[in-house]
Structure formats: structure tokens, C-alpha cells
Ligand binder design. Sequence first.
Ligand SMILES: [Zn+2]
Length: 108
Amino acid sequence: MHRYGWILLRAYLPAAAALVFAIAFMLWTSVAGSVNALNTLVPVVKWLPPLALLVALVSGGIATVRMWRWQRGQSPVCAGCQGPLGRVRHGPRGNYRKCLACGGKQAE
Ligand SMILES: [Zn+2]
């Protein structure tokens, strides 16, 4: 996979993971609805798929805005490879962002 493909994969991985959880919750509720022992949990668990879909939508939207701002040169870039930076993370030596292209850490 080329560099831009890896950048997109890293940027959209949280959204894809939330989508997988949503599908898994939907499958679980459809299977558990027919099992009497698990039938009482379905009213509670049925809210997890829409919640996971909402998380996927918001996460994907944030990634899209981050990529769009990076393409336009409006966001901070990695000092080493000029790749887009991810969210702010809190480390023992202060705040930093991880590069979505090379994985390097950039002090905030
Ligand atoms: Zn980089």
C-alpha cells in the first residue's frame, strides 16, 4: 500500500472499528432476540448499534475534516515527512500528536 493509503487507513481506523462494533451489536441483538435466556437484555443492548453508528459517523467526519484541512495546508504537519497529525495525546513529557503517515511523535 502506498503512503496516502496508509494515511487514510490510520485516519479512518476509529470510524471503521466503530462500524464493526455496530454491525456486531446488530447481529448480537438479532440472534439474542430469539434466545429466551438473552431476551431480557435486548431492550438495553438495542441502543448500542445506533450509538456505535453515531460514534462512527462523528469519528469519520472528524477524520474527513482533518484530511481536508491537511490537503489545504490549514493544519499542523509532521516536521519529518509533512504528513497530517492526529489528535492531541497526553504523554509523560507533555502533549504531542502522532503523525498519520510515519507514526512519529510531534510535540504540541
Ligand atoms: Zn511523519
